[in-house]
Write a protein that binds this ligand. Structure first.
Ligand SMILES: *Cc1c(COP(=O)(O)O)cnc(C)c1O
Length: 311
């Protein structure tokens, strides 16, 4: 319960008599995903072993579910304010949890963390104060196109160096790079791009491009691990037509190199399961357009042909 409460104030649900209205007053709950695996559930015998008589089981069951302790239901029932992480995700959550008022607070990313050095330098010159006042970035259009392009080419060259070092795949700065980096799991569909290999080969022959992929699977997500194998098999099948690199150990460092160094950032989730999908926002901070399925934040962020393109 403390996890969902304001810091420093103690919640006293475990004392009798239960002051549920008081607890509700002190709690906000942000739900993060419509994907079932993202909602923790615990068997009541485990709860009993750990909590003992700390809380009356009947009360707990009325708040958290009869059969298992469902953390999402517990939070929904004990929070005065509930939100999803994008407008669409709030709508989807309202359908999943009828009877609860779910508001929308669209996720964001920290501009200073997710802007590569060459763009940070540009913003310092043209939009002084941007890292404390990111609203200033709405004026990014005032930065001359040529300097934006030069900053992008610097980031692209850094990515190409990193790819060479980590995978020994040699990419060209002259040819567009498409990037896909995210947690490898079924609903993100990292394999969608490869669903028609002949067609993909034909496109790559006519309009050459390159691909940089990255992503780890959750240790318990066997489907996600299989997807990594599938991607590697496709890389071998396409080797003579389409240069592809898969960067190991996807982390924030690699993510920044990718979202700033590619020419187009790709996102192909299965709707409506991408609650927000923040990596496209990181790309935007580095002047990189996104090509993405209209889901999550992209419904709010996509201006066709300007910030990117909808699939
Ligand atoms: C931003 C980020 C994510 C989340 O990206 P999505 O667009 O939600 O898939 C995951 N992992 C790393 C390392 C990130 O930097």
């Amino acid at each position: 319960l403390r996890r969902y409460s304001r810091p420093k104030e103690e919640l006293r649900l475990g004392e009798s008599p239960y002051d549920i209205p008081r607890v509700r007053e002190m709690c906000n709950f942000t739900t993060h995903t419509p994907v079932e695996a993202g909602h923790d559930k615990f068997p009541y015998d485990l709860v009993q072993r750990i909590l003992g008589n700390f809380i009356d089981p009947m009360t707990l069951k009325s708040l958290a579910g009869e059969d298992t302790l469902n953390m999402t239901h517990l939070a929904l029932n004990l929070s005065e304010y509930i939100n999803g992480v994008a407008k669409r995700h709030a709508e989807v959550s309202r359908q999943l949890y009828p009877g609860y008022r779910v508001q929308a607070v669209t996720n964001g990313v920290h501009p200073f963390t997710w802007t590569c050095p060459s763009f940070a330098k540009l913003y310092d010159i043209h939009l002084a104060g941007w890292c404390h006042e990111p609203e200033l970035l709405v004026h990014a259009d005032r930065i001359p196109d040529q300097t934006v392009w030069e900053a992008h080419i610097q980031a692209k060259n850094l990515l190409i160096e990193k790819v060479k070092k980590l995978t020994s795949v040699g990419l060209s700065a002259e040819v567009p790079i498409l990037g896909f980096g995210r947690r490898m799991t079924a609903y993100k569909r990292p394999d969608l791009l490869f669903s028609d290999l002949e067609r993909l080969k034909n496109i790559a022959r006519k309009r050459p491009f390159q691909l940089v992929l990255a992503g780890k699977a959750h240790p318990k997500d066997d489907g996600g691990k299989r997807l990594i194998e599938v991607l590697h098999a496709h890389m071998r099948q396409l080797a003579d037509v389409l240069p592809i690199a898969f960067l190991p150990s996807y982390d924030m460092d690699i993510a920044l190199a990718m979202v700033s160094g590619v020419d187009v950032w790709l996102n192909t989730p299965l709707r409506p399961l991408e609650a927000s999908g923040t990596s496209g926002m990181k790309a935007a901070l580095n002047g990189v357009p996104q090509l993405g399925v209209l889901d999550g934040w992209w419904i709010e962020g996509c201006i066709e042909g300007v910030t990117g393109w909808a699939i």
